[in-house]
Design a protein. Structure first.
Length: 185
């Protein structure tokens, strides 16, 4: 996905496992630079394209920046429905009862939602997505963001986009609000 976005003079930042200096991040950044002539950076504010696999940058991204998230499992209904035709029908019908049940069972069994990544999010009040493996406490950073976000999965050849200024909310029960990573300790 990132390769398709490269323009004549992009500035690329790659984050892997929350770091710029991991072997994967360095290799991908170097590859993108060699193939396209893109300028490499570790500075989020200087980047025009940011590719990440495990985290959304802490800095608020601008309208002229694009975030590409590598999503290994883009289907939020996969834990409850393996048949993709049936899952598509469930999305069309907004039939998410079995997905809600998974979260409810976690609360009943452990007193909190245990699912850290692959956490379902509601987009524009209707569409359910999973920005897996982005942790659930990063999902609010996508809400009403100025930047365009692409969620790309190479193996399944699927691509999703979250346009700028779109509501993105992690699922939660009104009586059991989502807590941040820090408040759960």
């Amino acid at each position: 996905m990132t390769l398709t976005l490269l323009k004549p003079t992009p500035v690329v930042k790659v984050i892997d496992h929350g770091a710029d200096d991991s072997v994967n991040a360095a290799s991908i950044r170097s590859f993108l630079s060699k193939v396209s002539g893109a300028v490499e950076t570790w500075d989020t504010t200087a980047a025009t394209i940011i590719q990440s696999r495990h985290r959304i940058p802490e800095e608020r991204l601008r309208a002229d920046q694009v975030l590409v998230l590598q999503v290994p499992d883009p289907e939020p209904l996969r834990p409850v429905e393996r048949n993709m035709s049936a899952a598509r029908q469930m999305h069309a019908d907004a039939d998410y009862g079995r997905l809600w049940l998974i979260l409810y069972e976690q609360i009943v069994r452990s007193g909190r939602i245990m699912q850290g990544a692959a956490y379902p999010a509601l987009v524009n009040g209707r569409h359910v997505m999973t920005p897996s493996p982005i942790p659930r406490w990063d999902v609010p950073k996508l809400n009403m963001a100025q930047h365009l976000t692409f969620l790309s999965t190479g193996r399944e050849k699927r691509l999703f986009a979250v346009p700028p200024f779109t509501r993105v909310e992690p699922w939660h029960f009104p009586t059991f609000p989502i807590r941040s990573r820090l408040t759960e300790r």
